[in-house]
Ligand binder design. Structure first.
Ligand SMILES: Cc1cc2nc3c(=O)[nH]c(=O)nc-3n(C[C@H](O)[C@H](O)[C@H](O)COP(=O)(O)OP(=O)(O)OC[C@H]3O[C@@H](n4cnc5c(N)ncnc54)[C@H](O)[C@@H]3O)c2cc1C
Ligand code: SF4
Ligand code: SF4
Length: 823
C-alpha cells in the first residue's frame, strides 16, 4: 500500500511526541513533512529556563536532532512559517513558497506570548519568553548588566527572573495580583515564595500595574500606574499566552479560544487534527506539557488506524523550575462553602502544606518547602478515594498513614502501579518497573531513554531513582550518567578505560567497553574520536566520519546552506598582500559578504560548497591558511596593539599573541579554545573573558583563564603572574594539554576547571614545575602530528567526495552542535 502524506504545521513538543508514537505504531504509514517557523529542530521548551540560568546548553535540550528526522525520512522545513492552508487542494504553503500536499494534516502551532500594549511595548529591549531567540536576547542583555524588570509573577516570569539574577542582573518582578503565582498557589504559599525570592536578591512588587515602558530608542525604565518609575535595561513580559489559531480560522475551521477538536483531536474537518497549546478540547485549552503529550498519544493512535483512544481532562501538578525552591500545586484550592481546608505550617523550616477536601475527597493540594508528598496527594485526588479514615493524619503525609514506617522508600513502595511519577511525560510507576525488569535496565540514563521518565524538567529524578532502588534492590547503585544511550559509562570512565586498557580505535572501545549499539551515535562517536586523537597522538588516525559537518569540510555552514571561510590571521595581523588576495577571491567567486569577526579575522560569507577547494587554493597561494573557525581546537588569539603603537602598552602584546597562536594552532581540544593578549590592564583585547588570557603588566604577564562570553558569560580566574614570554607560552601549552587530557568532549575550559577545581589547575600548572613541564612536553609531542593546514590538504585532493555539490542538501549539516559561531 502506498504511503499517505502527513503534513504537520509546527514542530514543538506536542507534534514531537506525536511522531514518536506514530513511528512506533505505524512506521510505514506516512510520508511526513513538518513545517516549523522556528529555524531549529525539536527541543524541550520547558528546559529553556535551565539554559537561561546556565545549568544547561541548547544542545542538552534537543529532543530530536537531525539524524532522527533523517532516519525516518521526515522532511523538515525549518524557519518556514506556514501562511495558508488550502482545504480544497489539500495543501499548505509556507512563507517562502514551499507547498506540500496532504492526506492528513496536523496543526500544532502552539501559542504566542501576550504583550501588554502599553506605550513603549515595541521598544528594543522588550522581550517575551517563549523560544531560544528570547533566551539569547536575555543573555545578550544580561551581558551588559543593569536591571531587568520582569512583568508577570507566574511560572514563566519567576523562572526568567531567577535566570536573569543568576546571570548577574538586578531584577524586579512586577505582578498585578496581591500574591505571586495566584493561579497555582494560595496566598500563604505565594507569600513564602516571595520571601524566598527576596532573600535571593530579587525585588518583588505585587499589586503593581504597568502604565508605560519608558525610553527613546531603547528600554530605559518602567512606569507604574501609581507614578513609580523603575530603571530598566531589559523588560521581559511573561503575562500569558494566546493559542495561535489564525491559520486555522482563515482556513475555515471551527475555533473558539483554541482550534476546536473532538476527544480524538479531530477538528471540524475530519482530515485535519490539532493538538498542543493551540487546540481546544471540550472547551479547555492547556499550557502544560503533560496534557499535550496525552493529546499527542491519542492523535497518533487515530492517525495509525481505527482507534477508540480519547483525550480526557486530568489535573496537572505545577512545579517551579528554580533550583532550591520547592513548591507543588495540583487541583482546585479556591475557597467554597462545601470545602474543608487542612493546613500545616512550620515557620522555622519555611514549610507549608494545605490539602483541600470536598465530600471527604482530596480536590486540591498546595505544598511549599517539603513537597515529597505532593504526588501522593495527587494520587488521592485522581482516585477520588474517601479519606475520612485518615482525616487526622492526612496532612502529615503518606509516611504517617496506617502505621507505615517513615522510610521515604516506603512511600514510593505504597504507590499503585498507575501512580504518575513523571508528570511532564505522563509515565507511571508500573511502566518504569516493567521497563526495568523486562529490559534489564540499571542506570537512570537507561530508564530515561526507555521510558522518558525524568527526561524533561527532571524534578522527578529522585522519585525515579526511588522506584529503581525498590525494583533493583541491592542491584541499584546510583551510577554516573552514561555519555549517551550507547553506554552506561560516563565520559570520565570512558577516558580512563581508553588509557588503562590501551584502546586505540573506535571499534576497540565499543567492543571492550561493551557498547550497546553497533556503531555508536552522533553523541559518542565525535567524543571517542577526540579522546583517541588526544590520547594516542601519532598512532590514532582521525575518523572524518565521526565529525560534524563543519569539521569535515573545514568551513562553517550557514543558514542558507552556503559556507563561510575564515583565513587565519596570526594574532589578528594582516598585510596588503593578504587583503589583496582576499579581495580577489571575493570577486572571483562572487562571495556576497565579507565581515570582520569579533575575533579579529575576516569572514567570507556565502561560499558555495563546491567552490570551497578553489577558494582555499587561491587563499593558500597568498600564504593564508585555515583559521579553524569551525574547529574544536584553537580559534583565535586576539591581541591589542600593545607597546608597538599604544601609549599605555607595557609589552609587545601583538608579538606574543602571534607566538602563542603559531605554537598552539592545529591541536584538537574538547571544545573550542580562544585566547587573548592585552598590552596593559586596560584590556582592549578583552582577555578576561577568554579561555586563556594574558594581561601584560609592568612586572611581566598576568595569566587568567576559564572565561566565557557566549551563551554562558563568565569572567576569568587569575592563575598567576610570570616574568617572561617563554613562561607564558609554556604555561598556555601545559594548561591546554591538561585540558585536552582531562576535558570531556564539548566541555569548555571553564566547565572543566569548575569540575576539577581551580586549585588543582593552579597546583599542576603554576606551582609544580615538573608537572607543568610534563604537560608541556606531551603537548609539544602531539603538535608534530597536528599542525597540518586542512585546506592545503583538501586542495591536494584529500576527501574530494565531501565537496561535490549535493542535489538535496543534507539536513544533518545543520545540527546546532555543528553550527559554530565564526570567531
Ligand atoms: C520558558 C518556558 C518554560 C516552560 N516550563 C514548563 C514546565 O515546567 N512544565 C510544563 O508542563 N510546561 C512548561 N512550559 C510550557 C510548554 O513548553 C508548552 O506547553 C509546550 O511546549 C507547548 O507545545 P506545543 O507543541 O503545543 O507548542 P510549541 O512547543 O510552542 O510549538 C509550536 C511551534 O509551532 C511553530 N509555529 C507556529 N505557527 C506556525 C506556522 N504558521 N507555521 C509553522 N510553524 C509554526 C512555532 O514556531 C513553534 O515552534 C514552558 C514554556 C516556556 C516557554
Ligand atoms: S590594552 Fe593597553 S596596550 Fe593595549 S591598546 Fe589597550 S591601552 Fe593600549
Ligand atoms: S556568528 Fe555567532 S553571534 Fe553571530 S549569529 Fe552566529 S553564533 Fe551568533
Amino acid at each position: 500500500m502506498s504511503k499517505q502524506r502527513l503534513v504537520i504545521i509546527g514542530n514543538g513538543m506536542a507534534p514531537g511526541r506525536l511522531l514518536e508514537h506514530l513511528f512506533e505504531a505505524a512506521p510505514d504509514a506516512y510520508d511526513v513533512t513538518v513545517f516549523n517557523a522556528e529555524p531549529r529542530v525539536n527541543y524541550d521548551r520547558i528546559m529553556l529556563s535551565p539554559v537561561l540560568s546556565g545549568e544547561k546548553t541548547f544542545e542538552d535540550i534537543i529532543i530530536h536532532g537531525d539524524a532522527w528526522y533523517e532516519e525516518r525520512g521526515i522532511t523538515l522545513h525549518r524557519g518556514e512559517k506556514v501562511t495558508g492552508i488550502d482545504r480544497e487542494a489539500r495543501s499548505v504553503t509556507g512563507a517562502s513558497g514551499i507547498t506540500a500536499q496532504y492526506d492528513k494534516l496536523v496543526i500544532a502551532t502552539g501559542s504566542s506570548p501576550f504583550i501588554i500594549p502599553v506605550p513603549g511595548h515595541k521598544l528594543p529591549g522588550v522581550l517575551a519568553y517563549r523560544d531560544l531567540d528570547d533566551v539569547d536576547g536575555m543573555l545578550r542583555a544580561a551581558s551588559r548588566g543593569g536591571r531587568a524588570v520582569v512583568i508577570g509573577g507566574g511560572l514563566l516570569g519567576l523562572e526568567a527572573a531567577a535566570g536573569l539574577k543568576s546571570r548577574g542582573m538586578e531584577v524586579t518582578v512586577l505582578h498585578l495580583m496581591p500574591t505571586l503565582m495566584e493561579r497555582q498557589l494560595d496566598p500563604a504559599a505565594g507569600y513564602l515564595l516571595q520571601k524566598e525570592l527576596e532573600r535571593r536578591g530579587i525585588e518583588v512588587r505585587c499589586g503593581a500595574n504597568t502604565k508605560a515602558i519608558l525610553g527613546e530608542t531603547e528600554v530605559e525604565g518602567v512606569e507604574l500606574e501609581d507614578g513609580t518609575v523603575i530603571e530598566a535595561s531589559l523588560v521581559v513580559m511573561a503575562v500569558g499566552i494566546r493559542p495561535s489559531i489564525d491559520l486555522a480560522r482563515e482556513a475555515g475551521l471551527a475555533v473558539g479560544r483554541g482550534i476546536q477538536t473532538d476527544a480524538a483531536l479531530r477538528t471540524s474537518d475530519p482530515d485535519i487534527f490539532s493538538l498542543g497549546e493551540c487546540a481546544e478540547v471540550d472547551g479547555r485549552v492547556y499550557g502544560l506539557v503533560a496534557p499535550l503529550y496525552q493529546m499527542a498519544n491519542v492523535a497518533a493512535e487515530h492517525l495509525a488506524g481505527p482507534s477508540e483512544a480519547a483525550f480526557a481532562h486530568a489535573e496537572t501538578p505545577t512545579k517551579l523550575k528554580v533550583t532550591g525552591i520547592n513548591l507543588y500545586s495540583v487541583g482546585d484550592f479556591g475557597d467554597g462553602p462545601d470545602r474543608e481546608d487542612v493546613v500545616l505550617r512550620d515557620a522555622a523550616r519555611g514549610s507549608y502544606r494545605r490539602v483541600i477536601l470536598q465530600d471527604n475527597r482530596v480536590i486540591g493540594a498546595v505544598l511549599y518547602g517539603d513537597v515529597a508528598d505532593g504526588m501522593w496527594y495527587n494520587e488521592l485526588l485522581k482516585s477520588g478515594e474517601d479519606v475520612s479514615a485518615m482525616r487526622d493524619t492526612l496532612i502529615f503525609g503518606q509516611a504517617h498513614q496506617g502505621g507505615a514506617s517513615a522510610d521515604p522508600l516506603a512511600a514510593v513502595a505504597n504507590l499503585s502501579a498507575d501512580a504518575e511519577i513523571c508528570g511532564c511525560n505522563g509515565v507511571c510507576k508500573g511502566k518504569i518497573v516493567q521497563a526495568i525488569t523486562e529490559k534489564g535496565l540499571s542506570t537512570l540514563g537507561e530508564v530515561r531513554a526507555h521510558t522518558k521518565a525524568s527526561a524533561s524538567c527532571g524534578n522527578c529524578t529522585g522519585l525515579v531513582e526511588s522506584v529503581m532502588a525498590l525494583t533493583l534492590g541491592d542491584g541499584f547503585a546510583k551510577k554516573a550518567e552514561g555519555m549517551c544511550g550507547c553506554t552506561g559509562l560516563g565520559h570520565g570512565e570512558v577516558r580512563r578505560l581508553i588509557k588503562a586498557q590501551g584502546l586505540k580505535s573506535i571499534p576497540a572501545v565499543m567492543q571492550e567497553l561493551e557498547w550497546k549499539t553497533s556503531h555508536g551515535c552522533a553523541k559518542c562517536r565525535p567524543a571517542l574520536n577526540y579522546y583517541l586523537l588526544s590520547d594516542w597522538p601519532g598512532e590514532y588516525k582521525d575518523d572524518q566520519q565521526s565529525r560534524f559537518i563543519n569539521e569535515r569540510v573545514h568551513a562553517n555552514i550557514q543558514k542558507d546552506g552556503t559556507y563561510s571561510v575564515v583565513p587565519r590571521m596570526w594574532g589578528g595581523m594582516t598585510s596588503a598582500d593578504e587583503l589583496r588576495a582576499i579581495a580577489d577571491v571575493v570577486d572571483k567567486f562572487a562571495i556576497p559578504d565579507v565581515k570582520v569577526t569579533g575575533g579579529q579575522r575576516i569572514d567570507l560569507l556565502g561560499v558555495k560548497k563546491e567552490d570551497l577547494p578553489a577558494v582555499w587554493a587561491d587563499l593558500n597561494a597568498a600564504g593564508l591558511v585555515s583559521g579553524h573557525a569551525y574547529a574544536k581546537g584553537l580559534r583565535t588569539v586576539k591581541t591589542c596593539v600593545g607597546s608597538t603603537w599604544c601609549r599605555f602598552g607595557t609589552q609587545d602584546s601583538t608579538g606574543l599573541g602571534i607566538k602563542l597562536e603559531k605554537f598552539l594552532w592545529g591541536s584538537w581540544t574538547p571544545a573550542k579554545v580562544k585566547l587573548a593578549v592585552t598590552g596593559c590592564p586596560r584590556n582592549c583585547a578583552e582577555a578576561t573573558c577568554k579561555d586563556i588570557g594574558v594581561i601584560c603588566v609592568d612586572s611581566g604577564y598576568e595569566i587568567v583563564y576559564g572565561g566565557a562570553a557566549g551563551l554562558h558569560i563568565q569572567g576569568t580566574t587569575k592563575l598567576g603572574t610570570v616574568k617572561t614570554e617563554e613562561e607564558v607560552i609554556e604555561i598556555a601549552a601545559a594548561m591546554t594539554q591538561m585540558y585536552r587530557e582531562q576535558g570531556y568532549y564539548l566541555e569548555r575550559i571553564y566547565k572543566w576547571a569548575d569540575r576539577v577545581g581551580y586549585d588543582m589547575v593552579k597546583a599542576a600548572i603554576l606551582d609544580d614545575l615538573d608537572s607543568r613541564r610534563a604537560y608541556y612536553e606531551r603537548f609539544v609531542f602531539s603538535q608534530q602530528f597536528a599542525q597540518t593546514d586542512p585546506w592545503s590538504e583538501r586542495v591536494s585532493g584529500v576527501d574530494k567526495h565531501e565537496f561535490k555539490p549535493l542535489a538535496v542538501f543534507g539536513e544533518e549539516a545543520k545540527t546546532p552542535a555543528s553550527v559554530e559561531p565564526a570567531e
